[in-house]
Design a protein around this ligand. Structure first.
Ligand SMILES: *Cc1c(COP(=O)(O)O)cnc(C)c1O
Length: 391
């Protein structure tokens, strides 16, 4: 059956047919605790009743109108999203469908801002080594990992990668005559959960402000409550010029967003950018439920609390070499091969016991991005499975 797919994914041997809360069930009825939530997409867990209801009700009204017209539900979603990102300095939004598309939009926005103010030649975007920004030709250029930079060139020009945490490299790279934007993840996800230091982020904000370089936060994986604040950048007490979101923004329906602060909010004019599905009505209805649930101090505090329980237990396991994280975004290094570890998590599922779903980040690193629906009992169950798998 899988012969019909292009061979782009390393798929584990399990086929799911049903989900409920923090659990997935395979076609044989075996049960798995979901510690990956579809790479931080199913933030509210599976079959979350208010989300399902909102999607069904919207689908029955209308699924889509194109961006030649206004949509009532999309207008409310956009307004709530901008409000939720106001602490980061955001003023307006462009709605897209995915992370790569959102980052493409952010790069276009930064380049046009710079072009309008300074003219040609000031278009470079600086990003960090170990970053992940997407799979299109331009967002691959932005992605600071060698393994992605082969086979598909020529890539989009004008991207420079520096080491996160290296303040003097940052100072040198942020050339006010050449650079339009600095694109960073406050906590790198794909490369194994790597939080940037307070010092580095604060310095980045200062340099960008002094040199009028737009500071762009890719919050696609670390945003939306994942680290215990609505946006991860809030924990660094900085503001952004542009923020990108995607993954869990509509709880499992494809969606993405580019948000702009004071400097960039008025840069795009009619015809500059667009997207057929951007702001789709069903995605907007789903996104509203996500925002209403997550953007709540008590809910965010719970994410932090749950994450702390998990991280401290994982850190203290003798077989774990190193563990890192913020909120429910946790990475740890193991002695063995990460894919074997993920396979063992699945293989343990049988009639009598459940399996554990996790993600890898390279050869020996495991990444956990559980749904926020996780209960204390489920955390305990998951940690006990993890402990058994670690041996
Ligand atoms: C997943 C991810 C992307 C790309 O998102 P897609 O929706 O797969 O295009 C970009 N940036 C970060 C930080 C991500 O985690």
């Amino acid at each position: 059956m899988n012969d019909v797919f292009m061979n782009t994914y390393h798929r584990l041997p399990v086929t799911f047919s049903k989900g409920e809360g923090s659990w997935l069930y395979d076609t044989e009825g075996k049960k798995y605790l979901d510690f990956c939530s579809g790479i931080s997409v199913n933030l509210l867990g599976h079959n979350y009743a208010p989300l399902v209801k909102a999607i069904c009700e919207q689908a029955a009204k209308y699924i889509h109108v194109c961006n030649y017209f206004h949509s009532d539900v999309t207008a409310v979603f956009a307004q709530k999203l901008v409000q939720a990102c106001a602490p980061a300095g955001m003023k307006n939004v462009f709605l897209a469908n995915s992370g790569a598309e959102a980052n493409e939009g952010a790069c276009k926005l930064a380049r046009k801002y710079s072009l309008l103010k300074y003219g040609q030649g000031r278009h470079t975007i600086v990003t960090l080594k170990g970053s992940f920004h997407g799979r299109t030709i331009t967002t691959l250029s932005a992605t600071g990992q060698e393994k992605f930079h082969k086979d598909f060139g020529p890539f989009t020009e004008g991207f420079v990668h520096i080491q996160g945490g290296d303040i003097s490299a940052l100072d040198k790279a942020l050339d006010g005559k050449k650079v339009a934007g600095l694109l960073i993840e406050a906590v790198q996800g794909e490369s194994g959960i790597v939080p940037q230091s307070q010092e580095f982020i604060a310095y980045a904000e200062k340099l960008c402000a002094e040199r009028d370089i737009l500071l762009i936060f890719d919050e696609i994986q670390c945003g939306l409550g994942r680290t215990g604040t609505f946006l991860a950048l809030e924990q660094y007490n900085v503001k952004a010029d542009i923020v990108t979101l995607a993954k869990g923004i509509a709880g499992g329906i494809p969606a993405g967003a580019v948000l702009a602060g004071e400097k960039a909010a008025g840069v795009f004019t009619t015809g500059d950018h667009g997207s057929t599905f951007g702001g789709n009505a069903v995605a907007s209805a789903a996104g509203l439920v996500v925002l209403e649930t997550i953007n709540n101090p008590e809910f965010l505090k719970e994410i932090k609390r749950k994450g702390e329980i998990m991280l401290s237990a994982i850190k203290s396991h003798p077989k774990v070499k190193e563990a890192r994280g913020k909120g429910l975004m946790i990475g740890f290094d193991i002695e063995g091969d990460s894919w074997e570890f993920l396979s063992a998590g699945i293989a343990r599922a049988d009639k009598n016991q459940c399996g554990l779903l996790m993600l890898s980040s390279g050869a020996n690193t495991i990444r956990l991005l559980p749904p926020y629906s996780l209960t204390d009992g489920e955390i305990e169950q998951g940690l006990s499975m993890l402990s058994q798998l670690l041996g």
